[in-house]
Each structure stands twice: as C-alpha cells, then as structure tokens.
Design a protein around this ligand. Structure first.
Ligand code: FAD
Length: 477
C-alpha cells in the first residue's frame, strides 16, 4: 500500500492523545510534526510573557514525546509550510481548528494559497466540545445567554468514552533539525522573574494528566461550594493545559464522568461540566462576535466615561491597593501566573467599577501575566464583569472587596499567603486594615502607609460615582 506524507501542524493542541489531526495523519502514512510561532499575524494578541514561558516548556515536552521529532519554526506559516511541502514531498496537511479571529483570517488565506499546490488540507475539532456553528437557536442565530446555550449544546451530543488512539503506528518523516530549535524561538525571559511560576506548574501533556487526576481523585469532592474559596484546593487548575491543548476538553469530560462512577458527587460533576461549558460559550461568542476582544458587546458602553488613572492602575497591578484580598489576588497572579476565579472577578470589578479604568486595560494585563491567557475566556470574562458583555453581570453588581474577603477568605489564609506583611494582623481587621483602630495595628507592628498601603479609594464614594456614570450613560439613549 502507498503511504502518504503528511504535515501535522500543531497549534493549540500540544498533545499526542485525542488529537484528531494527528490520528488522521497516522492512519494514512508518514508524519512531519510542525510548530510555527507566528507573532506577526497575532499582532496585538501575540502571546504574553508568561504564556511564552509555558509554550517553551510545552513544546519541549511535546518534542520529547515525539523523540525529538518536532520541527519548530518562527515566521510566516504559509511560506514555511510551502517550503516543507516541496522539500519533503508532502501530499496532505492536517491541523486542529483554532477560533481566534486573527487565526481564522490567516488560516483561510493560507488554505487558499496551499491548496493551489494541489495539497489536500483537512482540519478537525480538537479544542472544543461543540463547534460554535453547531450550537444555534432555532432561528439560526447564536446564543447570547449562557443557560439556553448550555441546555442546547449538552443535549445535542452525548459525549462518550474516547476512542483508543493509534499512536503505536506513528512513523515520522526525518528532517534535519536539531532538538534545541525550541530555544531559537527565544520564549524564555531574559532575566529570571519566573522562578516562582516554575515551581507551581508542570507544562506538557503528562503534567496535564497529573493535574486532572489530582483534581478527580480528591479535590472535585468539594468543587461546587469550595470553588468559591481561594484558600481551598477545590478547583482543577487545568485552564493552562486546556488553553495550550495539552488536554482535550473531550478527555476532561469523559474522565470526569468516569471518575464520578460509584461516588456520590453528581452536584460537583454537574457544576464542573457547567464551567467547562462556560469555556465553550466564550469560544462561541468570540467566533460569532470577533470584535469581543476590543469592542463593548453592549455598544451603549461606548460613551462610558472611563478614566486613565495611571497611578491607581500601577497600584492595582502591583497588589498595593490597600485592600488585602485585591492585593493577594494581584500578587498571586504575578507570582504564579494564575489567579483564583472568584478573586479574578473581584479584582476585575475593582478595576472597572471602583477605579473606572477600561476593562481592556485589565484584559491586557491579564493577557501578559496569566499562564492560561485565552482570548475567548479572557475577553468574555472581562466584558462580563464590566457589564458590557452579553449575559453579563448587571452593572449595579459591584463587588465589595471587603465583604467578599470576609465571606470567602474568612480566616484570611489566602490573604496571609500573598500579603505576608499582614500575617500578624488580627483577622477582625485584616480584611480592611484602613478602617482598623490605629493602635490595633500598631500593637502587631503594622504601620499603615509604611508596612502596608492605606486604601487607595473610598469604596462607598467610588461605588456611587460608578453608578452615577452608569445611570447617566443609560439615560442618554
Ligand atoms: C476577569 C477574568 C478573566 C479571566 N481570564 C481567563 C483566561 O484568560 N483564561 C481562562 O482559561 N479563563 C479565564 N477566566 C475564567 C476562570 O477564571 C478560569 O478559567 C479559572 O479560574 C481557571 O481555573 P481552573 O482551571 O481551576 O478552573 P475550574 O473551576 O477547575 O474550571 C474548569 C475549567 O472550566 C473553564 N472555565 C471555568 N470558569 C470559566 C469561565 N468563567 N469562563 C470560561 N471558562 C471557564 C476553564 O477552562 C477551567 O480550566 C477569567 C475570569 C475572569 C473573571
């Protein structure tokens, strides 16, 4: 039987298992696995610093799984692929689909360009449970509200166990490229700010399986309620693995169902599946409303009087706002590349509603700092918090960081982890040190404004200012 030479173009699917593009290529012949860093097409949304750190390690892990057979390039994918097609006598090109607007535009042009060479191109769904165009309302328009989206999508296709893979038959096309080609992408930072991030994570397919297993063995048991408490180990922390495609959502879904057998954890499983579906909903919104990344979905917000406020912005970024829960979250982000979901909502609300700084400014900071920076989830979540997205939190829902802290970090365990200068502060005052009697802080050696900042805003006043601005905007239509 004649074998076919194929390129598998790895993108957001840095794994071997449950990878439909790779499986298709293996089933017909020899495979040339390729990764191309394409900052130029990504433009404003080229990967942030922390994502680049992750990518370096994820590519290294993938290369090891391929016994050094991954071919890594930087530049224009169309030119690079055309060159490889000629050099390696390639007949087919396979990839798993991506949904970022810049990638869709690029891929369409590239497809046109490469098909002219007589190459057969096939793309697959390797990143989502449900394709965005498959989940539509009865009139064919996309859903803008999560619950009906979820009802429709989860009823559409009962997800079953994954098929066994054909990796044992994988045969690579040889190509003279040294293993350290990944270093040439220069993804790692020039100076060492990433030591604490490195300790927290294990990028790559194996690390992704470990993270999922750890969650399913124990932590899932308290997911439904525990997921709101940042000091608890109750969430999965698989978001960067999902983002880079080291883990497929289908695999996660199927393993969660398997792990739930003979355990009374249905409410936890259902809630977890709902969160996975929020990821799908974000992708559906990004696909149908590509301006989601830079434009208010609710265009009434186009006249909202945002402020620049660079001094407050810097304090927010550095975790120096004088609100310990906000500061803990922003420092968690800086030190680990991650922030707990509840805290993400609270710090975002503070930026947008107490400091009146545009949500895009916050989204860009997250983009640079998160290990799981994801154009769909990040843009959608920021618009949700700001109140200008679809199915968004009502604008008047302004999180009070002190009340949230008392409720979700009552013993201040999370705060003390990331704001150690407050570790001796009595729990009664730790959620809002600026309103504590001075002697209570002095007694434990804390001078406000010296050891820890005074609150940078008055929560009541800024809440009122924000609601006034919102009401003015509303009534001007
Ligand atoms: C302002 C803001 C910005 C955010 N930016 C991102 C981002 O860039 N990348 C990102 O993956 N998530 C983002 N989120 C969503 C959410 O905070 C993270 O997905 C979650 O904290 C990741 O941790 P986990 O894997 O432990 O989540 P779990 O609670 O264990 O959930 C499992 C998975 O479900 C998905 N998920 C959970 N919540 C959401 C959500 N609200 N929206 C979309 N998907 C969700 C994620 O893929 C997650 O890994 C953002 C949320 C906010 C409020």
């Amino acid at each position: 039987m004649n074998t076919v030479n194929s390129i598998v173009w790895f993108r957001q699917d840095l794994r071997l298992e449950d990878n439909p593009a790779l499986e298709a290529a293996i089933s017909i012949g020899l495979v040339l696995p390729v990764y191309i860093l394409d900052d130029k097409s990504a433009d404003e949304w080229k990967m942030g610093s922390v994502s680049r750190w992750w990518l370096h390690h994820s590519l290294t892990a993938l290369n090891q799984s391929l016994n050094g057979g991954l071919h890594v390039f930087k530049g224009n994918p169309s030119e690079i692929l055309k060159r490889l097609i000629k050099e390696k006598n390639i007949q087919k090109l396979f990839w798993n689909r991506c949904y970022e607007p810049w990638r869709i535009t690029r891929d369409k042009l590239l497809e046109h360009d490469i098909e002219k060479l007589g190459i057969d191109i096939k793309s697959f769904n390797g990143s989502l449970l449900w394709e965005p165009w498959d989940v539509a309302k009865s009139d064919g328009t996309p859903y803008k509200v999560f619950t009906p989206f979820y009802k429709k999508s989860s009823a559409m296709m009962p997800l079953q166990n994954l098929k066994p893979n054909n990796l044992a038959s994988l045969k690579l096309i040889s190509c003279a490229q040294t293993n350290n080609k990944i270093n040439h992408l220069e993804l790692l930072p020039k100076y060492n700010w990433h030591g604490s991030i490195e300790k927290k994570w294990c990028p790559g397919e194996t690390g992704s399986h470990q993270a999922l297993r750890k969650f399913l063995i124990k932590n899932i048991e308290q997911y439904k309620v525990g997921r709101d408490y940042p000091a608890l180990n109750a969430v999965s922390r698989i978001s960067p693995h999902l983002h880079f495609g080291e883990l497929s959502p289908k695999r996660v879904w199927s393993e969660v169902l398997e792990a739930s057998q003979n355990r009374k954890i249905e409410p936890q499983v259902e809630h977890f599946q709902r969160e996975l579906a929020w990821r799908e909903f974000s992708y559906s919104l990004l696909y149908h409303f590509p301006s989601l990344t830079t434009r208010n979905l609710n265009q009434r917000f186009d006249i909202f009087p945002w402020k620049k406020n660079p001094d407050s912005l810097e304090k927010w970024q550095r975790g120096q706002t004088g609100f310990p829960l906000i500061d803990a979250g922003m420092r968690e982000l800086w030190q680990t590349g991650y922030m707990h979901n509840r805290v993400r909502m609270i710090v975002a609300s503070f930026l947008v509603k107490n400091l009146l700084i545009h949500w895009e400014t916050g989204a860009h900071w997250f983009w640079d700092c998160l290990v799981d920076a994801d154009l769909a989830a990040n843009s959608c979540s920021w618009q949700w918090v700001a109140g200008c997205g679809v199915d968004a939190a009502p604008y008047f829902r302004i999180f009070n960081p002190v009340i949230q802290s008392q409720k979700f970090d009552a013993n201040a365990d999370y705060i003390k982890t990331y704001v150690p200068e407050l570790k001796n502060c009595p729990v009664k005052y730790i959620h809002d040190p600026s309103s504590a009697p001075k002697d209570k802080l002095r007694n434990v050696g804390i001078k406000l404004g010296i050891d820890y900042p005074k609150a940078i805003v008055d929560l009541k006043l800024t809440r009122k200012e924000s609601l006034d601005a919102y009401n003015k905007m509303r009534t001007s239509f």
